[in-house]
Design a protein around this ligand. Sequence first.
Ligand code: SF4
Length: 118
Amino acid sequence: MHRLRGHHLICLHFFTGSYDKKFQENLKRVLEEISEVEVIEGVDDVCRACPYNKGFCSYSPLAEEEVRRLDEFALKILRLNVRSRIKWSELKAKIPELIEEWKSFACKKCDWRGDCGV
Ligand code: SF4
């Protein structure tokens, strides 16, 4: 069972994770193993290998606030809550119906667009 925060439930379907070797290896392992997910708040199984993980997201001064805003919006459009459990295949099946809404909300100003195939 992998534990993921809201925006990773959507972004991981597209993100290639090329900005850090340790981060990329962890992401690859998560994606190879993933079958069921528990939704959590804050740093998750992807953040744990991220150089910006300081127990919170330290990517920029406003990053923690911004990623929590993304997490909340992702859960809203996925109709999930913190502590929800869902199969990865069920999650994947929901993506096509919400991806345009997600792109409008989250992708235009995202710094990881070069590492993303959305
Ligand atoms: S940049 Fe922030 S939200 Fe993204 S993986 Fe790293 S710690 Fe987590």
